[in-house]
Design a protein around this ligand. Structure first.
Ligand code: FAD
Length: 318
């Protein structure tokens, strides 16, 4: 079932959902199930599964030269989606990237999803490869997510890359896209980022999921600006309970979001990460309560591989 249908069916009641990462290559799927199992008590109608593009590793050869190897450290997005749908009977939402994909790769990926009965995707550009500064598309790949959205919409209309295909089946994907309450890191201004977010919706995306934020005011301002710009699709807030002292620096660095001073001060006072975890849970509970009160359609939690703190938040809310 489509995410937008889940939202419509809930008739204004805020839903619970979360995002998982495929395990590192070589690990089995059991660790994923162990993280999902405790969260099933809160009846998520859907679970997102991230996609991880290739990385470059450099290996020293006996002659002293370096050999560049391309590797994907977290493969398995599609397999995990299929396993999640099969085991839990909830919708799995794979993320799909421009990065590392030609248009042909994208088409084949979407065909696989269609065959598996997966009818939701989150369409993203992806970041630059870790060792590079700027995003580089594949030759014959998409440069921006808005182009990827167009390709998915075309397939929903039965239009594939090969114009000669006759009577091709229409796919039926509900398409989510990313939104940034604190602006995407590369955008020259908030207004320009909003302009391109609107383009993703105009091209046919059905809903927005936001980057994590720790200050609800930023989300409400973002939502108001989206509405003022004529964006009418559901906007799903993304949340993450802070869990370690290290994240005080890591999260702003990696996700380009600010942490409110009150939260920072509480964390600084903590004597260990167990105490930080508790502060993170309480902060996230307060954020969640206000978002539910203001009728957020879904609270979407970033699990980053650990679910106990998300379960602790969900217990207070759902
Ligand atoms: P876009 O919407 O393409 O925007 C990228 C930048 O280009 C923005 O600054 C935008 O303002 C600008 N822009 C957009 N269109 C145009 C245009 N036509 N002309 C000029 N400028 C334009 N990454 C992963 O690798 N795997 C994941 O699974 C994953 N999941 C995510 C889930 C969510 C909810 C979010 C918020 C992010 C996720 N990311 C993931 C990270 C994401 O890939 C990065 O933030 C990436 O840098 C931008 O992706 P995007 O889809 O927002 O890009």
């Amino acid at each position: 079932m489509k995410i937008t249908d889940h939202i419509q069916k809930s008739e204004g009641k805020t839903l619970f959902s979360f995002e998982i990462l495929p395990p590192l290559k070589g690990q089995n799927i059991q660790s994923i199930f162990e993280n999902i199992d405790p969260l099933m008590d809160f009846k998520p109608p859907f679970i997102d599964v991230t996609y991880h593009r290739e990385e470059y590793d450099y290996h020293e050869l006996p002659n002293g030269f370096l050999e560049k190897r391309v590797t994907r450290k977290r493969p398995g997005t599609v397999g995990i989606c299929a396993a999640v749908q099969n085991r839990y009977g909830v919708d799995a939402v794979p993320h799909i990237l421009c990065g590392g994909f030609t248009k042909e790769d994208t088409e084949n990926f979407l065909i696989d999803l269609g065959f598996l009965g997966i009818d939701n995707v989150v369409a993203l550009r992806g970041d630059a490869v870790k060792s590079e500064t700027y995003f580089r598309p594949e030759k014959n790949g998409h440069v921006y997510a808005e182009e990827l959205v167009k390709q998915i919409v075309a397939m929903n209309q039965g239009k594939y890359l090969d114009d000669n295909l006759k009577n091709s089946a229409q796919t039926d994907f509900c398409i989510g896209v990313a939104g940034y309450p604190e602006k995407h890191m590369e955008a020259p201004s908030f207004e320009s980022d909003l302009h391109f977010l609107k383009k993703k919706i105009k091209n046919g995306a059905h809903y927005i999921v936001t980057q994590m934020f720790f200050d609800n005011k930023k989300f409400f301002e973002f939502e108001a600006k989206c509405r003022a710009a004529g964006i009418e699709v559901p906007i799903i807030p993304g949340l993450k309970p802070l869990a370690t002292k290290k994240q005080l620096n890591l999260i702003p660095h990696r996700f380009k979001v600010d942490l409110p001073d009150d939260l920072v001060m509480e964390v600084v006072k903590c004597k260990d990460d167990k105490a930080v975890r508790q502060v993170g849970i309480e902060w996230c509970v307060a954020q969640s309560k206000e978002l539910v009160q203001k009728a957020a359609p879904v609270l979407h939690f970033y699990s980053m591989g650990k679910s106990d703190n998300i379960a602790a938040v969900a217990r207070e809310i759902f």
